[in-house]
Every structure is written in C-alpha cells, then in structure tokens.
Design a protein around this ligand. Sequence first.
Ligand SMILES: [Zn+2]
Length: 315
Amino acid sequence: MRRNGFLSILIVACLCFVISCSDSDASKNADGVEGLIPVSTKVDVDIDDTESSVPGTTEDPPQTDLAQEIDMVPLGMCDSLGYGEIGFRNQTDNRPHAVYKFGETEQGLPLLIEKWGLRDGPRVLVIGQVHGNECSPGLLVDELRRSPPENFELWLIPTLNPEGLINGARANSLGIDLNRDGLTRRAPETRALMAITKLVKPDVTVHVHSPLNWIGYFNGSLAFDIGKQLVDELSMNVLYTAGKRSSSSEAFLWQGQGEAVLGSQSILIELPAFSDKEAPGAKQQRFYSLQDIEEVRQMVAIIRDSLDASFAVSK
Ligand SMILES: [Zn+2]
C-alpha cells in the first residue's frame, strides 16, 4: 500500500513538473534508479549540440529552472539568525546533476533530493536536516554543494522536515519527531525516506543533527570505518554507536532504514550549534556544544574531505 502511495506521489510529481523534463531525459537522468522522475536537470551541453544530436526535434533540452528549484526549499529560522545566509537553499553557483521530488509533507510541501558527485560511484545518502530547529546541518549541506564529492555519488536531502524548518520547530506540523518515527512511520516524511532508501539503496546514510557534537555509527563495518576516520580527523577521540531505541514507538530513522533495506548502515553526525537559538531544548544535555560559526564551518569542511577520502580506495 505504501508503495502504491509513493507511486501516486511520483505520478503527481511528474504531472506537476512535466514542464521541466521530457520522457527521454527522465529515463536518462534517472541513472538506473527506476521510479525517480527529475524535477529539474542540469544540462551540460549547449542547445546547438543537442539539436544536432537529436535530429527532427526543435524542442529545447530541459533547462534547470533555477528560480523554481530554489523556491522549493523553504526559508525558516535558520535563515534569520543574524549570521548571513545559512539556510538550506542552494546558495552556491554549482548545480546538482538532477533534483527529484520524492514525497510531500502533510501540508503539501515537496520533499527534495539532489544528486551530486561521482556518477555511478558508491552511493551516500545525506539527510541534511531532520529537526527543523537545528541549523548547523545547513553548513554541511552548503559545504557539500560548494565542493561536491569526487569519489562517491551523493544523494542529498537538504531538509527532510521543511515544515519544521519554516516553524523553527523540532517536529513536523503534525507534532511528530521524525527521528522517533523510524518504525511507526506515522509521518509522510518518514515513509518517503524509507521509500527513497529502497530506491537509492545507499552504501551508507549520513544523518546530520546539532547541537551535541559527537559522531555515531550504526549497523556495519563500512559505517564504523567511515565514522572512525571522521572521529580521527576531527580529533574527537571516541566513536559512539548511534543507538537503538528498544521501543518501536521511539525508533530512530536509521533503525527504520535498517529494516526497510536489511543491513542498511548509517553515520550520525551531531554538530555543535552556532547559535543559542538552535535546539533550545538540548541545552541541558551532556554533549551540548555552542561554537563560533567559523569553527563549525571548519568542522564541516573536514567532514566533507574525510567522507570523500573514505571512498577514494573503492573508486
Ligand atoms: Zn536533531
């Protein structure tokens, strides 16, 4: 039933965005991931080249509608903390290979995933934001767009929780904490994440949070090795386990993915906060960390390089 629901969403997505993709380009740019329909597509060739290689058509190739794509990632409290532009929209000059809509929130906001990096390389799914009042994750999202990976194929969800981002809230508009919904899957965002995990079949998923400043791994030796390298590069000393909630009504997203795609491995990156307005409910926690935004920027640059280096040998 869930799959049928997801397919309906895809059909709706195609109807909505048919202006920006032709059938042939949809299949070409799906790159072997059947069922994904691009919202918009980067076109590397100029129009003249395309016309000469596609005789008999006068249609222009699909173009990235930059304005449309940017507008689809909402603004929220992370854009107004007084540190400049640090939200989840693409503020770089770089464009992804493609952008796909893989679901919708309760209120009808699109859930977007961008494809970057080495085509047909090992697949890394990065969930940029899960809790809408956590802003440091936007810095890692920004870093990955500024400097896309050379050694893996990056599937980047800028925010899994656009409603929370708009509202400056941890939960979505239904009041559901997505990272306690891994197995109950009451939220449409959670169901969409499980569906996209099944489609993309990532080698590893990276879950990005703040403000607790620690690294964890879940479910396997690849995640352990990548996590260990991250910990070493960041001089953090300890790699933790990302953890498992025994109650299914509290299960983390990585637990849900581990069930949706058996053996699915994950990394948890908890960044420090760069503003005390981020995740105010976490201030009493043992690992709470508030740092200067430039320090967090340096940290995400190390994380980006370390992730890329992790896959250099298996290229
Ligand atoms: Zn969080």
